[in-house]
Design a protein around this ligand. Sequence first.
Ligand code: DAU
Length: 315
Amino acid sequence: MIKHSDSAITILDKMTYAANRLSLEGLPNNRVKLVVGDIADAALVDELVAKHDVVVHFAAESHNDNSLHDPGVFVRTNVVGTFELLEAVRRHNVRFHHISTDEVYGDLALDDPQRFTETTPYNPSSPYSSTKASSDLLVRAWVRSFGINATLSNCSNNYGPFQHVEKFIPRQITNVLTCDRPKLYGDGTNVRDWIHVQDHSSAVQRIVEKGQAGRTYLIGADGERNNIQVLKMILRLMGEPEDAFDHVLDRPGHDLRYAIDSTTLRTELGWEPEYTDIELGLAQTIDWYRTNQAWWEPSKAQTESRYAQQLGNTS
Ligand code: DAU
């Protein structure tokens, strides 16, 4: 959005472990302002929303493994935080876009010919995905009951630069870079539908500009791969043997497969992804982590020790 507009933007961020001030470097500081605060803080949210025309709600506790260990913070940020934003946009009649996940639909069998669509019933599995599903339902109810001007989007797994090292792809890349072995949960046959973060962003921009009030749009780039395929691709691109990884304890309740049908977004709003070659996207992502060690290194040790404590899944 920054690239394509001259809007003034306020980022409201709690600056938890998942945030990184270096991510803001290079943004035009005459029109991008950071406010450190909590979306569940009603007074702060009200004050900020009153001064803006559009709210794009990206804020969330987003990591499944953490939600198995400490679900309370997910309820507070994802459910209560969304409620406070909804109340504020209702009071001030402000346009709202809610970012959500394909995980609200639960998972699919590996051989299911169906993919998720806007009408797939909600069936979340984890504390994380159930709080995101709850927040989506709040948005839908505020549209129907109070007529707020809101859209929703549910996106598949993101990859690319600036992603926290707790997530699958950057965890494995940075393991290789720190001479640790990549960690694959279970047998690694779980399928994720990968999309480059730039494509997610361009889809959100399109929905904010052209989406129809009250509608849900699914965002995906036809990027289904299982975890072993992705991990072997990373190892190959990094010049390592394809079997240089460890199988570790599986995630409890681990969803088997996600798959998005993004036909509505493409046909109605004319959106198309640019990053259609996942191997190229991964190679660029690996380069980014290689050259931006200062961005991720401070959080690497802490992330690995959290994994060790939570799931014992480091070896
Ligand atoms: O589908 C969208 C969702 O994608 C988002 O809503 C979530 O916020 C985001 O975290 C992501 O959820 P996943 O649980 O699918 O992502 P994660 O990166 O944790 O794991 C991706 C797959 O890789 C999953 O099958 C678990 C597996 N995995 C993960 C880690 C961290 C491993 O095999 N080893 C690992 O070390």
